[in-house]
Design a protein around this ligand. Structure first.
Ligand code: ATP
Ligand code: MG
Length: 434
C-alpha cells in the first residue's frame, strides 16, 4: 500500500507547558534531520499536539521507517492513507478497503475510532464508527467487532482531509536528542561503553566521545573499531566528535612509578581527568562511562568511588546495575555487538596487573600519585595536544583537526586545567591533604 503520510506518536508524560513546546520542537528538528538522509520530499508538521510527516514525492517506505526508528522521542509510527474530504458513502467504502489492505488475513477483531475535528462533516463520529464497522463486516465476514479489547483499532480522523491509520510501528522511545544537553562519552572498543552512550542519548543527551589510544601497543585497527562503534551510535545521535588521545606516555609513566596492582585505578583517574578537560572545552556538562558494579576490579564500589573523586562533573554510568547479559541484549539491538567483539586490544587490557586492587584506599592512591610529580601535568597537556578530532556520522568519518595545530586551543585548555580549582586539587593529588 502506498502511504501518504505518517502520524508520529510520542510519550507525553511530564511534558507540559513550555517544556512541551521545547520537546516537540526538538523532536520535529530531529525528524527533519533523519529524513534528510532519505530519498523523497517530506513536510513535517506540528499541529495541536500531533506531529505529521507528509510524503510529497516518491519515497522508500522501509528506508523512512528505519530512519524514524532511530529518532529518540518517537514511541509509535503510524503509516496513514489520506483521502480528500469525500462524502460519507465513499468514506465507508474507502475505510473498508483500507482495512482489507492492512489486514489481508482479515480474521481479526476490530474497532473503529473516529475523531471528527471538522464539525461540518455531515455525520457524527459515533455514527461513522457504526457505519464503517458495518461496511467492513459486509465486505469481510471473517472479521469481528470487539469494542473492549480489539486486535485492530482503525482510526479515522476527519479534518480538512480524511486520515486513515491503524498500524503502530514501535519507535525507540526516550527523549528527543538535545533536550538534556551534551555529555562526553568515554568510548573504548568494548561492549559496554557504546551501550552506555546509546542509553544516555536516548534520554536526550547529545554526545561527544573520547578514546584513549596507546600506540604502538594498540593498533590502527583498534582505533578503526572505535570509529566504527561511534558511527553505529551516530545513527541515533547524529554526528559525533570523537577525540582520539594518545595515552601511551602517561600509561608507561604510571607503569614505571606506581604499584602495579593500582595501575588500572590510577590510569582510570587520569582518563577521567583528561576526559573532563576535553568535556569542559567542548561544552559538555557530564561524563558517561560503561562501568557496572563489580564487573572488573576497577568497578567495585570502592574503585568507582576512588575513580570518581577526581571529577567535578557528574559522571553518568547508565549500566551501573546491569548484568552483562542485559548489556549484550542492548548491544545486539543497536547492532554494535559484532563490532565490539572484534579482537583488537584496547589500551587498558595491555597494562593490566595480575592482581589489581579491588578495595583501593583513596589516600594511598593519592599518595602514590605523588610519585608522578609535576612531570605528569606536562604529559597531560602533551596528551591534549595529540587530540585528533574526528567527525563521525552514519555515512563515514574524517579528521577535522589536530589540536597540535591550534595553539590557542591548547592555551585555553591549559587555562581550564589550571583555573578550575576542584579539578586542580584533584589533579595529581599533590595539593590535597593526605
Ligand atoms: P567496555 O566494554 O566499555 O570497554 P570494560 O568492561 O572493558 O568496558 P573498563 O575497561 O574497565 O571496562 O572501562 C570502563 C569504562 O571506562 C568503559 O566503559 C569506558 O567508558 C571507559 N574506558 C575504558 N577504556 C577506555 C579507553 N581506552 N578510551 C576511552 N574510554 C575508556
Ligand atoms: Mg574496555
Amino acid at each position: 500500500m502506498q502511504y501518504h503520510a505518517f502520524l508520529i506518536k510520542y510519550a507525553e508524560i511530564g511534558i507540559k507547558g513550555k517544556n512541551r513546546n521545547h520537546f516537540e520542537e526538538a523532536l520535529v528538528q530531529q525528524i527533519r534531520l533523519a529524513l534528510k538522509r532519505c530519498e523523497g520530499k517530506f513536510a513535517v508538521d506540528r499541529t495541536s499536539g500531533r506531529v505529521f510527516i507528509y510524503c510529497e514525492a516518491e519515497y522508500d517506505y522501509d528506508e523512512v521507517v528505519d530512519a524514524l526508528q532511530h529518532v529518540f522521542g518517537i514511541v509509535g509510527i503510524c503509516p496513514m492513507v489520506i483521502l480528500q474530504r469525500v462524502p460519507v458513502p465513499e468514506l465507508l467504502k474507502e475505510a473498508a478497503k483500507f482495512f482489507g489492505g492492512e489486514y489481508p488475513d482479515r480474521n481479526v477483531t476490530f474497532k473503529v475510532h473516529t475523531r471528527r475535528l471538522d464539525k461540518n462533516y455531515p455525520m457524527e463520529s459515533m455514527e461513522i464508527n457504526a457505519e464503517i464497522g458495518e461496511e467492513i463486516l459486509n465486505d469481510y465476514p471473517e472479521a469481528k467487532v470487539d469494542v473492549h479489547e480489539p486486535e485492530v483499532l482503525l482510526n479515522v480522523e476527519i479534518r480538512e482531509r480524511i486520515y486513515l491509520y491503524s498500524h503502530v510501528i514501535p519507535g525507540p522511545g526516550g527523549l528527543p536528542l538535545g533536550v538534556s544537553g551534551k555529555a562526553m562519552l568515554l568510548l573504548s572498543g568494548g561492549i559496554d561503553s557504546p551501550v552506555a552512550g546509546y542509553m544516555c542519548a536516548k534520554r536526550g543527551l547529545r554526545l561527544d566521545a573520547t578514546y584513549f589510544n596507546a600506540p604502538p601497543y594498540t593498533s590502527e585497527r583498534a582505533l578503526q573499531k572505535v570509529i566504527d562503534l561511534a558511527r553505529i551510535i551516530s545513527r541515533y545521535t547524529g554526528p559525533i566528535y570523537l577525540h582520539n588521545i594518545n595515552f601511551t606516555k602517561i600509561q608507561l609513566y604510571i607503569y614505571d612509578r606506581c604499584p602495579h596492582d593500582e595501575l588500572t585505578i590510577i590510569m582510570r583517574r587520569y582518563m577521567m581527568r583528561i576526559a573532563e578537560l576535553i568535556a569542559r572545552h567542548s561544552e559538555c556538562e557530564a561524563l558517561i562511562t560503561g562501568e557496572s558494579i563489580g564487573q572488573v576490579a576497577s568497578q567495585t564500589t570502592r574503585s568507582l568511588a576512588v575513580t570518581n573523586e577526581v571529577c567535578a562533573m557528574p559522571v553518568f554510568r547508565p549500566l551501573i546495575a546491569f548484568d552483562k547479559e542485559d548489556i549484550i541484549t542492548i548491544s545486539r539491538k543497536i547492532e554494535a555487538f559484532d563490532t565490539s567483539i572484534e579482537p583488537y586490544e584496547d589500551c587498558c587490557t595491555i597494562f593490566v596487573a595480575k592482581h589489581p586492587v579491588t578495595r583501593p584506599n583513596a589516600g594511598v592512591i593519592r599518595k602514590h600519585e605523588h610519585n608522578l610529580d609535576e612531570k605528569i601535568d606536562g604529559m597531560v597537556l602533551e596528551a591534549l595536544k595529540t587530540d585528533e578530532i574526528l567527525f563521525v556520522d552514519p555515512d563515514g568519518s574524517h579528521v577535522i583537526k589536530h589540536r597540535e595545530d591550534e595553539k590557542e586551543d591548547i592555551a585555553q585548555m591549559d587555562e581550564i586545567h589550571l583555573e578550575n580549582s576542584p579539578e586542580r586539587s584533584a589533579f595529581g593529588g599533590r595539593d590535597m591533604e593526605l
